[in-house]
Design a protein around this ligand. Sequence first.
Ligand code: PRP
Length: 181
Amino acid sequence: MLEQDIERVLFTEEELKQRVKEIAQRIDADYAGKEPLLISVLRGSFVFMADLVREITLPCTVDFMAVSSYGGGTTSSGQVKIVKDLSEQIEGKDVLVVEDILDSGNTLSYLLKLLEARHPASIRLCTLLDKPERRTKPVAVQYTGFTIPDEFVVGYGLDYDEKYRNLPYIGILKPRVYGGE
Ligand code: PRP
């Protein structure tokens, strides 16, 4: 059972639903009259993205990109690899990048630069979780769900060693699971 590896629940399903709704309302207001293109950065953001788009009432489109930086461990290696690129051109579009977590900033600073070079009309970042304590590269973020301490979190799309993504809440992983004390 996945549950027994969780030390405590950080955000319940209800809390996540409520916060996602609030973010969607802000996006609806900020992009009124526009048709944003939401880009989900796989794999972690797939759950957040699915819930977020269903709370947005504006017409919008979606695309997906997969990058990898962590391997199987808990810290960023500094290497960012594009595993899957977008299916569509983004030139002239109002792009909103959707992430599950902003940690060192390594992935997003690289990705935002890469996307900016494709000349979108605008580009913004929406992250469900932000761990500002861990930042080593500055990243401008316009929509943040929750600012969290430096704990190892899983669930709601977030993994450890590719598991736990299917937990419907966000929980803190027991350190023994990843070889901590
Ligand atoms: C997570 C997250 C970001 C990145 C953030 O992805 O989705 O892309 O790490 O960390 P950073 O700010 O230190 O770069 P991960 O590499 O775990 O892959 P996943 O989305 O497939 O789980």
